[in-house]
Write a protein of this length. Structure first.
Lengths: 363, 273
């Protein structure tokens, strides 16, 4: 049985549609991340699942039970808010116990559940403090604890790490990964941080423009983006997308760049209706070499040294911008002309509708 | 304000202003400590001895002052409690609930701020006569409960509280009333304190409505009672006695002020900003 199921969910604010016919099903105990830019509808979808917004049409089911007409407290979900939303006048213990009291859980069990959650999250020493006396990281743990004690069937995480500093974010990410192993529940996390989505989620739901663009495992999203939006949005730095012309040649597509250089891809020719194409290349598949030593040459505009590798932002003779990669101690400088060796076997093609076509499996 | 950085001129002006405010109070206290017979000959006697507590003794020995004090306390506390309860409920409703004509009703509340007491005093008097509420505590308390200011003030305060809290509480299974009473209301304590102090002071000092509504001396509030005693000053009771009554009447206000100084200063500071 599916854990969470969304069936044809629609939502509009007045005349502005924000969600367009969203359907999705989660496996039991699955961790799914909604990834998308601001305004993509991902937060609205999370709030519809929580019951903080009502959908205009469609159904929400949890463990087979329809929940979209139930009040938020009766849905079997718990939410961790971006800004924690702890009750400032209650102690940590009071914050965690509040929902259980409302559900008329016996006091002895409340105490046991709070103690257990506090132990897992290492906040036992803070149980009698108020949120105002805690650091950001501690507050985040309390917010997570408040969700854990309810023993929900589904955890909803709204940008849970966005308010933490880099070191704490890394640590909390690991803790969330650990938490999901301990609890028997599914997770839905909203984020615009792809690293978070890639590391935590079993599957990523990429959203843009009111719709689901792609649903897939993190590496599937990275390696086989369904369309040019996903290709651009997932991966840092973004995938190169270059306008190309197809050159008919056998069963696999051969394309010509704006500067005349040709790239042999492993993308099958069938399925193309002609028209303009975009060649998709991850920067790691564009290797910087000596001038004349690669597929084509380009002029370096910016060099970003990351330590273990160097990113080289360059411009082809046609004016198209392209990002390539060089080794960590690269000697490339701004203004240099360099050669670029394009790994055509790793290239993607996007047709006029933006739909992605990828190298044949095993190629 | 940082006291260390106050410019000397501002300090001097503040001191002059403070002296001007305090001088009448000091004079009142000094007058209250003089025998009436001496003051009858020369009010300047207030500035030299001998001083006596005989006027305060006379107050404590009977008379209606304690009754009026009790009336003022009942009316002021009743008004304050009522205003806090009604303003909080209405403020929550305007800030958080969705109901028909919410915006229109709020505009009416704001209009209420612009209507002076004088404009409604006649119909109000007729209404309370018809209800038979003159010369009663409800008659003195009820008109004070319908102020626009409290509703407006609490609405703004509730609006300032993060909605995340309501939503977290809803997910915690709280009903709308529980969200109000257990999550948001405790966070409005600073606003309640400010509104409460202002309402109490306003009600304690109220003069016109109690003067009109309470016509028997056993229902007078302190302000009305003291004013009625003023009619025969310098004849039987004397100036010193009158001043002692005034000091006596001010004591509860002074106590409230000392207890809630911070809230009062914050409220006035906030209003000026």
């Amino acid at each position: 049985m599916n854990s969470l199921e969304l069936i044809n969910v629609r939502k509009a604010y007045g005349k502005t549609p924000v969600l367009d016919d969203i359907s999705l099903a989660l496996e039991p105990r699955e961790f799914v991340a909604f990834l998308g830019p601001s305004g993509s509808g991902k937060s609205t979808l999370l709030r519809i699942i929580a019951g903080l917004e009502t959908a205009d049409a469609g159904e929400v089911r949890l463990d087979g039970r329809r929940i979209d007409q139930l009040p938020p407290g009766d849905r079997g979900v718990a939410m961790v808010f971006q800004h924690y939303a702890l009750y400032p006048h209650m102690t940590v213990r009071g914050n965690m116990a509040f929902g259980l009291k409302n559900a008329h859980v016996p006091p002895a069990e409340i105490a046991a559940r709070v103690a257990e959650a506090a132990r897992i999250l290492e906040i036992e020493a803070h149980l009698d403090k108020r949120p105002g006396q805690l650091s950001g990281g501690q507050r985040q743990r309390v917010a997570i604890g408040r969700a854990i004690v309810k023993h929900p069937r589904l955890f909803l995480l709204d940008e849970p790490l966005s308010n933490l500093d880099a070191a704490l974010r890394m640590r909390t990410r690991l803790e969330l990964a650990d938490l999901r192993q301990r609890v028997d529940a599914a997770f839905v996390m909203v984020t615009h941080d792809q690293a978070e989505a890639m590391t935590l989620a079993d599957r990523i739901v990429v959203m843009n423009d009111r719709r689901i663009q792609q649903v897939g495992a993190p590496m599937e999203i990275y390696l086989r983006p369904a369309n040019s939006f996903v290709a651009r949005f997932v991966g840092s730095p973004a995938m190169n997308l270059l306008p190309v012309e197809p050159v008919a040649n056998g069963a696999l597509v051969r394309v010509r760049l704006g500067d005349g250089a040709e790239v042999e891809t492993r993308v099958a020719l069938n399925g193309f209706g002609g028209g303009t194409l975009e060649l998709g290349l991850r920067p790691e598949n564009v290797e910087v070499t000596a001038p004349g030593g690669g597929t084509t040459d380009a002029k370096v505009e910016l060099v970003e040294r990351l330590g273990e590798r160097t990113l080289v932002y360059a411009k082809l003779r046609s004016g198209d911008e392209i990002t390539g990669e060089d080794e960590g101690n690269s000697r490339v400088r701004v203004g240099d002309v360099v050669g670029l060796r394009i790994k055509g076997e790793r290239a993607h093609l996007f047709d006029a509708q933006g739909v992605g076509h990828h190298a044949e499996a095993g190629a | 304000m940082n006291r260390d950085r106050m410019p000397p001129l501002a300090l001097v002006l503040t001191l002059v202003g403070a002296a001007a405010m305090v001088a009448p109070l000091v004079w009142t206290v000094l007058l209250s400590l003089k025998s009436n017979a001496e003051l009858l000959q020369d009010t300047g006697a207030a500035f030299r001895g001998p001083y006596t507590l005989e006027n305060y003794g006379a107050i404590l020995k009977g008379d209606m002052v304690f009754r009026w004090l009790l009336n003022s306390l009942i009316v002021s506390l009743g008004t304050t409690a009522g205003v806090l309860a009604l303003s909080s409920l209405a403020g929550f409703a305007f800030a958080r609930l969705d109901f028909p004509f919410r915006r229109t009703l709020f505009v009416f509340v704001l209009l209420g701020l612009a209507i002076p007491e004088q404009a409604v005093i006649l119909p109000q008097h007729r209404l309370f006569a018809w209800l038979g509420l003159h010369n009663s505590y409800p008659g003195l308390i009820l008109p004070g409960l319908v102020g626009s200011f409290g509703v407006f003030f609490m609405t703004q305060y509730f609006r300032g509280l993060p909605r995340d809290l309501d939503e977290a509480a809803a997910l915690d299974g709280a009903s709308t009333f529980q969200i109000f009473a257990r999550v948001l209301l405790p966070l409005t304590v600073p606003a309640q304190a400010t509104l409460g102090v202002f309402t109490f002071l306003g009600s304690w000092n109220a003069y016109w409505w109690p003067l009109i509504s309470a016509t028997t001396s056993d229902r007078f509030t302190l302000t009305v009672g003291l004013a009625s005693a003023q009619a025969n000053y310098a004849q039987t009771n004397g100036l010193g006695y009158l001043m002692a009554q005034a000091v006596f009447a001010s004591l509860p206000i002074l106590i409230v002020y000392v207890l809630f100084q911070r809230q009062i200063v914050n409220a006035i500071g906030g209003a000026v900003k």
